[in-house]
Design a protein around this ligand. Structure first.
Ligand SMILES: NC(=O)c1ccc[n+]([C@@H]2O[C@H](COP(=O)([O-])OP(=O)(O)OC[C@H]3O[C@@H](n4cnc5c(N)ncnc54)[C@H](OP(=O)(O)O)[C@@H]3O)[C@@H](O)[C@H]2O)c1
Length: 242
């Protein structure tokens, strides 16, 4: 299979690229850091091809992806996280985070559509953070709630129009450079190897919302059904204890 992965220079996307290549698939690994792309390609030189572009730059993204072979699985994992301190409210942060997580992801979808065929899978990485109003997560959680909605809605139209399957991925905490920057407790944090396995298994089974780890995902989904006041109280308590 031809598998294209954004965010392949680090964390979840990097592990997915290695694992798909190890399983004998052809991988197009995308990111911005050339040295990280070169190191990744050197692990499986016959199978991993790299593309360097910034997903927030639409023309760069369109031209980088213009000459691709048909893609069986596209996994859009590129993303950023920033937390808001309401005492130093920074509206620009919302723009920075949404520019990558939402608009950059949509640049990538536009660029990829000509290379996706009936039966191709478009997999968009969101986050379980979308489920609850977590402290300081206004920009990040908001961007992931937006991308989840967009993913679900794309599932309606891309399947109907082109036969493309659209899958959402909702990870809990995964140990990557993104979460290494966090200074709070991260319950049930899993390894990138675990994340890659869960995502690849979910994709092969055609699951439309791949949430993991299962217990954490289940707990947050139940909590998201509570009345809004209870969700806020729970989030405040978690914030005080973190
Ligand atoms: N780690 C977690 O606990 C967790 C939980 C839930 C959801 N997620 C989501 O999972 C995805 C991967 O996260 P991660 O933990 O693996 O993060 P990570 O290790 O920080 O990797 C982020 C990746 O995104 C790429 N990227 C960022 N901005 C980009 C841009 N403008 N253009 C192109 N590529 C860009 C980076 O590429 P360069 O370094 O080359 O710029 C890097 O490869 C993200 O969407 C994240 O929100 C992560």
């Amino acid at each position: 299979m031809n598998v294209l992965i954004t965010g392949a220079t680090s964390g979840i996307g990097h592990q997915l690229a290695l694992d798909y290549a190890k399983d004998g698939h052809r991988v197009v690994a995308c990111g911005r850091k050339q040295d990280a792309l070169d190191t990744l390609a050197s692990a499986y030189p016959d199978q991993i091809k790299t593309l360097r572009f910034d997903i927030t730059d639409k023309s760069e993204t369109l031209s980088a992806l213009a000459t691709q072979e048909p893609i069986d699985i596209a996994i859009l994992s590129a993303g950023v996280c920033e937390y808001l301190d309401v005492k130093h409210f920074d509206a620009d942060m919302f723009e920075r985070v949404f520019r990558v997580n939402v608009f950059g992801t949509m640049n990538t979808v536009e660029a990829l559509l000509p290379n996706l065929n009936r039966g191709s899978k478009l997999v968009i990485v969101g986050s379980l953070a979308r489920l609850l109003p977590f402290t300081k997560a206004q920009a990040y959680g908001g961007s992931k709630a937006a991308i989840h909605y967009i993913t679900r809605s794309l599932e309606v139209d891309l399947k109907e129009t082109y036969g493309i399957d659209v899958l959402a991925v909702s990870p809990g905490f995964v140990k990557t450079p993104m979460t290494d920057a966090n200074d709070f407790e991260m319950p049930m944090r899993v390894s990138v190897e675990f994340a890659s396995q869960a995502i690849r298994k979910g994709i092969s089974k055609g699951r439309r919302d791949i949430g993991f780890p299962k217990l954490f995902s289940g707990m947050l989904r139940v909590m998201s059904l509570l009345p809004q006041g209870m969700q806020v109280a729970l989030s405040r308590r978690m914030a005080r204890n973190s």
